[in-house]
Design a protein around this ligand. Sequence first.
Ligand code: GLN
Length: 545
Amino acid sequence: MTTKYIFFTGGVVSSVGKGVTAAALGQLLKERGFKVAVQKLDPYINVDPGTMSPYQHGEVFVLDDGAETDLDLGHYERFIDVRLSRACNVTTGQVYAEVIGKERHGDYLGGTIQVIPQITNEIKRRIGAVAKSTKAEIVLVEVGGTVGDIESLPFLEALRQLRSDLGRDNTLYIHVTWLPYIGATGELKTKPTQHSVRELRSIGISPDVIIARSDYPVKDDLLEKIALFCDVEKRAVIPMPTTPVLYEVPLLLEKANIADFILERFKLETQHKPDWTEWSQLVQEVRREKPIVDVALVGKYVELQDAYMSVREALKHAALHLGVELKIHWVHSAELEKERGWDELKKVAGIIVPGGFGGRGIEGKIQAARFARTENIPYFGLCLGMQLMVVEFARFALEDEEANSTEFDRATPHPVIDLMPDQRQINEMGGTMRLGLYPCHLQPGTIAAKAYNTEMVEERHRHRFEFNNEYRTKLGEKGMCFSGLSPDGRLVEIVELVNHPFMLGTQFHPEFLSRPNRPHPLFTAFVQTVCTRAGVETHSLHQTT
Ligand code: GLN
């Protein structure tokens, strides 16, 4: 079958959930039997978000192949339940780097290099590469930002050209806009949508579908108005009111019959009837009133929760599976150092310390780990959270408060976490960490092995530092167990404490592989122990595999 392309552009304002909408629509098509892939085109000049501050960009989502990508790829993977590849996130930086590289190599044989056609051709090549590498039948392509941004123009021009390259039956443009609510008159306004569609038209793209996001229900006459002014069929104007339940979005799109409209336009027959039983059950479970359990997430980017998107989702998935509601207390680790935030920490039944870089707030996280260890509070450390759990334990076991990671103290007498040998020669910052999927062998009888219920797992990594093997015996004798190792036994991937209900840290990021209907086993094990501590009964929503 010829590959079909759905292009998503954004209008009016950003952050209205274009990524979630694309992900949910992908799920609708997958449910109908099509092989789907999703690609994000990011107009910024960085080669990838790996070098950006989480304050700027939110979380960096890591794929199997080690690509450091936009957090929307996390939505795509979670909704559609796919594993995406490096080809699925393209930035202006990558496009220009490629074209300039070829130019320096002499590949353009003396030609003048311009945005049209060289840059747009490279963008189109990269859009085509997704179908080639994933064998997807339908590729959804989301352009970051909103129409009207200077940076996104070459991408939009490439999308415009693709309609004539591939034909009307194989391309579809969806414009996701925002209807602002005017409090004084109590109405939703369509004018900004009209303007942004006009802007899109001036670039040569006429949207086939408009998804109208709003905080309030959208009445029929408003949909008619949008259809009329924007020259879109009425049934192709889809209202999408804000829902507190993220995973309800596919069900709302389903109700709006958008998938059938798209398949009709593509001249495709549904392969099989979508079955939403399990997903609806999940949404119902989110809505059900459940016992609340308190956990703290101790991080340094807590003002911007998007920085911990996958961790938050993975916690939710596990809680949902166990029939409880987690209340996450966002505790700033630098505050703990100033004796603030402890009242909050003392209230919770579990502590999670996620990944991070740089020295700020490190001692606060170590103090949180100490509190968890000495008070027997369930603790789950992810990457940096694992490394700091090791530092804290080493300070206790070696009776030396100067034990540290060399990331934070190069001169520490006990470098229990140290730079990986193959990282020593690296000077470039971008894309040079230990990245992506690596196998991990689980030691039988450990908490980790019991949780996974298998011997070998593969998890996604993003780090430069590692456990220093010179301390394995010393810390092992004092009660630290190395429950996950690389198959050659050299790298410590999971640590846990023997005399503690659940104090476990992973060098990898399990949060990236959690799915709403398939929570990650370590998150489930953590939340289960948290519930036990809180005295809250749990039940199982789905069968775990
Ligand atoms: N900064 C640590 C390292 O590079 C941890 C990284 C992380 O948490 N992703 O090893």
